[in-house]
Design a protein around this ligand. Structure first.
Ligand code: RIB
Ligand code: CA
Length: 313
């Protein structure tokens, strides 16, 4: 079967970095058409720089990388240096990138690519706030029916929030953008904290990354060593939660994951619950189902896939 064509929309972020590395290490499964950077974990100038650092670390300097939106649709940007460090990629000491960004805005790249590729053959993989995706849908409503699927990291239901008591960071930063995406009618798969908090980089798993003894393996071990602090302190977690790599792993091996097709709506008006993903998991409303909401994974299988693929780079 031909590899699946994807565009990764990203705010690197150590976990974004691992997700991108897994994708770039899996050419038989995924054809990465390009990366689009969005403001999120750190400001846009850093997320677009980090995207290039990651591609150079993987030795894949021909991947087109575009800069997108530098702030949410209608709110001030909220960043997460407290989790990812000042650079957004704290942990390893990686060289500044030499590869250039592509000219043009990421939103136009998304629109043009969806229009140029055969309808239904491109999957969007948002790993950060949904600002670029929502802006593309608003600017070019015709692309909605041409998008094969949106497989995104974001939201939380049983796990509740990580940036507020009720909201996960990606959705919290730009709830209006998320509302547009979840009401688009596009086939959506959601990898929320409910599942990503079960993908923890325990010490044996981190040791396995380091034991690859490659620049990629060592960098991933160093990234997750740094990135685990926030979750260990807040939740007493056994290691860093690999949020974004769940998106890539789902695309490669969906049978590692289980979930339910439900209605998911986004809180945009209440400041108390801004950005909450209200998932009708038990079907208590007549709201139309619009997303596959993933709740569980085979964590050992996930880390076996990830480590095996990272060894290729
Ligand atoms: O809440 C976790 C999500 O927010 C991840 O995508 C992380 O990279 C940040 O973007
Ligand atoms: Ca991210």
């Amino acid at each position: 079967m031909a590899p699946r064509k994807i565009i990764i929309d990203t705010d690197p972020g150590q976990d974004d970095a691992v997700a991108i590395l897994l994708a770039l290490a899996s050419p038989e499964d995924l054809e990465v058409l390009g990366l689009t950077a969005v403001a999120g974990n750190v400001p846009l100038d850093l997320t677009s720089k980090n995207a290039r650092i990651i591609c150079e670390l993987a030795g894949k300097v021909d991947v087109p990388i575009y800069e997108g939106c530098d702030r949410p649709l209608g709110r001030d940007l909220v960043t997460a240096e407290h989790v990812h460090g000042k650079t957004g990629l704290d942990g390893p000491d990686l060289p500044d990138p030499t590869m250039a960004l592509k000219d043009g805005h990421a939103v136009d790249y998304i629109i043009d690519t969806i229009r140029e590729q055969p309808s239904g053959t491109v999957t969007l993989c948002p790993l950060g706030p949904l600002t670029n995706i929502a802006t593309a849908l608003r600017k070019a409503p015709d692309i909605a029916e041409r998008i094969q699927q949106i497989v995104l990291m974001g939201g939380a239901y049983f796990e509740v929030g990580n940036i507020t008591p009720t909201a996960e960071f990606n959705i919290y930063v730009d709830p209006e953008a998320a509302d547009i995406v979840f009401k688009s009618g596009i086939d959506i798969v959601v990898l929320p904290l409910d599942v990503t908090h079960k993908a923890l980089v325990t010490k044996p798993r981190n040791d396995a990354f380091r034991a690859l003894n490659t620049p990629v393996g060592i960098a991933v071990a160093q990234m997750t060593d740094f990135f685990e602090r926030f979750d260990k302190e807040k939740y007493g977690s056994a290691g860093a939660p690999l949020h974004d790599p769940c998106v890539t792993a789902y695309l490669i091996q969906p049978d590692l994951f289980t979930g339910r097709y439900v209605n998911v709506e986004i809180e945009t008006s209440s400041e108390l619950t801004r950005g909450m993903t209200v998932a009708d998991w038990w079907g208590v409303t007549d709201r139309p189902k619009n997303a596959t909401f993933i709740g569980d994974l085979d964590a050992d299988g996930f880390f076996a896939l990830l480590t095996d693929r990272l060894a290729r780079l």
